[in-house]
Structures are given as structure tokens and as C-alpha cells.
Write a protein that binds this ligand. Structure first.
Ligand SMILES: Nc1ncnc2c1ncn2[C@@H]1O[C@H](COP(=O)(O)OP(=O)(O)OP(=O)(O)O)[C@@H](O)[C@H]1O
Ligand SMILES: [Mg+2]
Length: 487
């Protein structure tokens, strides 16, 4: 009974293991110490275009006659007892399909002897094809934008903005502009933090165009837009496959050599890729996927985030060591609702711009609309303001002032639904502003400190009475007074 139970349990275990292996997205191929296949999962069979029964129990040279002791990583591992990592292979499989994989091969060592080897293969065929397309498109764009001397001028280096395009008079915002201008003189990494539409890309381009890198590439890549493997190939490039066909391709770091790379939404980058990026920042060297050698590159890195760094750490979205490397220069762009002094300056700027574009002669906003603009929280920041004005140019028929009726439908709808909406927006705005607080902990500490101060004032700084007022012990209050340095 007991042994039967054990047997069935073992069967269940091996069945579960089989299921697990067959559901993996990586191919697994295990051979014994003679090179005979003892395990070959579903994905490995898809990659090679062979059925498991055609492979299991057979020697690998029998199944893959084109392989040799030098080209088979499984056999090389068996012979040397060493592991091989990041080995890129491109080959035509048994169904005539061109496949590219990245392989890691490990020896199976038992009692100091190599008993077999295991190869884990990641199929990156589709990723390769997509990266090919993106790289070709980028190269075409590049070629179109070079002048006679093969150099790039500010207007032709894929950028549209310089510092003179940045509008603002708010003191906090202007101190960010001045920090950004100073940073253009160096090669230090810059991290720009701000909500959507606050001008992060505008700043990044302006820094590049004011730096001595301005005649070289400015390449922007959004880290949230692509899956990890694709982003990795795109950034680092890939090396020619060891078998047939595959091209070697430079990554964006190589393409931006001498210039600037903008990595947007860095907190969306996979943590393992962040580790790779950290190495680039540390020694300026990159290694194409599948390559053995590294290459030196000279690229300035600017990154952006629309989430506070502390929040990104809390959510485990950003490596702290990488953050310190990236934020040598840290620039914060305040949201528009926190610099209402800039709303009308920007409005006038966009009115002038669209008067030219639409050949119209708008002079200003109506007084009623000015009131709405002041109170509206502008969740999409300057980009939203710009679009609202552009939309008004499309809607407006008569008159030279933009009015509430010229607002885009979504804002008019909100106004129509509830005339008090602007007051509600202020509450919403307050909640949103908490996003700029470093963390929940420090927010709670701030509240605690305020409550203690109130209690002390109320009780004429009598510690025992203040502790009673706060419903905590005297010792506890004394500890907190020390902690917050309150006397
Ligand atoms: N201070 C400014 N002066 C003039 N135009 C501005 C300013 N800030 C932003 N803009 C305008 O707003 C648009 C959006 O800015 P940008 O693309 O730099 O925002 P972003 O912070 O990168 O946003 P996202 O996080 O959504 O990528 C720009 O095209 C630009 O026209
Ligand atoms: Mg942007």
C-alpha cells in the first residue's frame, strides 16, 4: 500500500514535471555524458522542427548531422565541463524555417564528474525580424537628415526644440531650465521627472542641442513601448549568428555614439535590462546580443520618469544603484496646475503660433474662460493646453476671443454635467498633488508632526497634557518630539 502510494506519487511528480517543462517558453534539451538525448521539451521540438520521439534516446550527431564537436555547444560543454552563456545561433530548422535562438548551456555535474549537459534556448526569431524593421527605418531616417558634410544640424538631428522654445516664468520652473542649461556643458547623465506633457522631451532635446554633441545623433526610445527582448536587441544590437544568414546589427547605443540617447519612462524597463544599462553607465562598454566582445561607446544618457523615484523604488520598478547613476543631474518639471502663472503666458504663445498656422486673428481668451483655465487642473499639462487651443481654432467660427463654447467636447461635457466641477477638480488636484510626496511614510510623518504641534500649542507646551490630548503615552510623545526635533 505504502510503496504503491509512493510509486503513484512519483508518477504524479514526473507527470507534473513533464507538464511544467512542456509549458515553458524556452526550449530545454538535456543529454547524458555520451551525448544521448534524455529530455527534450515541447518548445525545443518547435524550435528545431522535430518531434520529441525523433530526438529522445538518440545521439545528437545522429539527429543533427551538420553539427560537429566544435559547433555543438552541448558536446563542447560535455567535453570541457564549462558553461556557455548567451550563445546566439541562427539556423534553418527541419521545417525549412530560419530560426534564431539565444542559448545557455550548463554541465550537469555529480560528484565532481560531468554526467550530462542541459541547453536552454530562447527563440528570438520574431524579435530579430522586428528589430531588423525598426533599425532599417531608423537608418533611412538618419540618411535623409544628413547634410553635405555628413553632419547633422540642429533642425536635422531628429529634434525640434531648443532652449529658446521653452516658455515659462514660474520661479521653480525657471530654476529647472537653468539647471538644464548648465547640464548641457557636461556629459553627466540627466534624469528628468515630471508628469505627462510637462516638457520632458522638450528639455532633453534642448540639452542635446545646446551641448557639443549637437551635430551627432539624438535618439529617443520609449522603454514602455516594447517587450523586454525587443528593447534589449534594439538598444544593444545583435551579432551575426554562428551558422547561417543573420545580419549583425548595431543597437541604438552604437548609433548614438558621440550623441545623446533619451530613454523615456525608464521605470518601465525590465529590471534585468536595467542591470545591463548600469554596466554601460559604469564603463561605457556595450556588448551586442550573441557577441563575445565588448565595444566602447560615447553616449550621453538622458532618462525621464513620470512617477516619483521613491514611488518607483517602493513598487520595485527601479534599481536604486541605477537611479544614482542616472540622476547625476536631476531635473523636476512641476505640473501646470502648480504654476498657474505660466498658463496665460503659454496660452498667448500658442495663440500666436496658431494665428499663423490657421491664418486667423484671435486676440485672447474671454474673461470667463480665463477663470476656467486658472481652475482647471490640466492633467495633461502643457500638451493638453496646446491641444485645447488648437481645438478651439478648429471649432471657432466668429469673434476674436476664445470662449467656453470653443472648448473641446470632453471639457464642455464635464462643465455641463456639474457647474461645481471646478471646485471638485481642486479636490482632485489636491489628491493628485500627493503623488509628488516622496512616500506614504513621510506623508504620515508630516501629518503626525502637525498633530503634535497642534496639541502642544493647545496645552501651552505641557507634555503630559499634550500626550493626553493625542491619546498616547508621555514616553511615546517624548520619543516623537526627539524624532521630529520639536522642542
Ligand atoms: N515650457 C514649454 N514651453 C513650450 N511648449 C511646451 C512647454 N512644455 C511643453 N510644451 C509643449 O508640450 C508638448 C509636450 O511636451 P513633451 O513631449 O516634452 O512632454 P513630456 O513630458 O515628454 O510628456 P510625456 O510624459 O507624455 O512623454 C510639446 O510638444 C511642446 O509643444
Ligand atoms: Mg515624452
Amino acid at each position: 500500500m505504502n510503496s504503491k502510494w509512493l510509486e503513484s506519487n512519483k508518477m504524479l511528480e514526473s507527470e507534473s514535471l513533464c507538464k511544467l517543462l512542456n509549458n515553458l517558453t524556452e526550449g530545454i534539451h538535456v543529454v547524458d555524458n555520451k551525448g544521448k538525448t534524455i529530455l527534450y521539451n515541447q518548445k525545443a521540438s518547435e524550435i528545431d522542427g522535430l518531434k520529441p520521439k525523433e530526438v529522445v534516446g538518440k545521439n545528437i550527431f545522429e539527429v543533427f548531422p551538420s553539427l560537429t564537436l566544435e559547433t555543438s555547444t552541448l558536446m563542447k560543454t560535455l567535453k570541457s565541463g564549462e558553461k556557455y552563456l548567451n550563445h546566439k545561433q541562427t539556423f534553418i530548422n527541419y521545417r525549412g524555417k530560419k530560426i534564431t535562438t539565444i542559448n545557455h548551456t550548463f554541465p550537469i555535474i555529480f560528484k565532481d564528474r560531468t554526467k550530462g549537459a542541459v541547453e536552454i534556448s530562447k527563440d528570438i526569431t520574431q524579435t530579430e525580424e522586428l528589430v531588423d524593421d525598426i533599425t532599417d527605418l531608423r537608418n533611412k531616417l538618419n540618411d535623409n537628415s544628413k547634410d553635405k558634410n555628413n553632419k547633422k544640424t540642429v533642425a536635422e538631428n531628429n529634434t525640434s526644440f531648443e532652449f529658446s522654445d521653452i516658455i515659462g516664468q514660474n520661479s521653480k520652473f525657471n530654476s529647472s531650465v537653468s539647471d538644464a542649461m548648465k547640464s548641457a556643458q557636461s556629459d553627466s547623465s540627466v534624469l528628468i521627472y515630471g508628469e505627462t506633457g510637462t516638457g520632458k522631451e522638450l528639455f532633453a532635446q534642448s540639452i542635446h542641442n545646446a551641448s557639443n554633441r549637437k551635430n551627432n545623433e539624438f535618439i529617443a526610445q520609449n522603454c514602455a513601448a516594447l517587450p523586454k527582448d525587443l528593447l534589449e536587441s534594439l538598444l544593444f544590437g545583435t551579432e551575426k549568428g554562428s551558422f547561417t544568414g543573420a545580419k549583425s546589427k548595431p543597437g541604438l547605443f552604437e548609433m548614438a555614439d558621440g550623441g545623446t540617447i533619451l530613454l523615456d519612462e525608464i521605470n518601465s524597463m525590465d529590471l534585468s535590462l536595467q542591470a545591463k544599462l548600469l554596466r554601460v553607465l559604469q564603463d561605457g562598454r556595450i556588448r551586442r546580443i550573441g557577441a563575445q566582445k565588448e565595444k566602447q561607446v560615447d553616449v550621453r544618457i538622458i532618462t525621464t520618469m513620470n512617477m516619483h523615484p521613491d514611488k518607483a523604488f517602493e513598487k520595485d520598478l527601479l534599481r536604486e544603484d541605477l537611479y544614482y547613476r542616472l540622476s547625476v543631474v536631476y531635473i523636476y518639471l512641476p505640473p501646470l496646475r502648480k504654476r498657474t502663472d505660466d498658463i496665460f503666458l503659454l496660452t498667448n504663445h500658442f495663440i500666436k503660433q496658431y494665428n499663423k498656422e490657421f491664418d486667423k486673428n484671435i486676440s485672447d481668451l474671454s474673461n470667463k474662460l480665463k477663470d476656467v483655465f486658472k481652475k482647471y487642473p490640466w492633467p495633461g499639462n502643457v500638451r493638453e493646453l496646446k491641444h485645447v487651443i488648437e481645438s478651439a481654432y478648429n471649432i471657432k467660427q466668429l469673434g476674436d476671443e476664445i470662449e467656453i463654447d470653443d472648448l473641446p467636447g470632453y471639457i464642455r461635457e464635464r462643465l455641463g454635467q456639474n457647474r461645481n466641477i471646478l471646485n471638485n477638480w481642486t479636490t482632485e488636484e489636491k489628491i493628485k498633488d500627493n503623488e509628488d510626496l516622496p512616500s506614504l511614510e513621510s506623508y504620515l510623518e508630516e501629518i503626525e508632526m502637525k498633530l503634535i504641534k497642534n496639541a502642544l500649542e493647545k496645552t501651552d507646551h505641557n507634555i503630559s497634557a499634550a500626550a493626553r490630548e493625542l491619546d498616547i503615552s508621555r514616553q511615546s510623545l517624548q520619543y516623537k518630539l526627539k524624532k521630529y526635533e520639536l522642542k
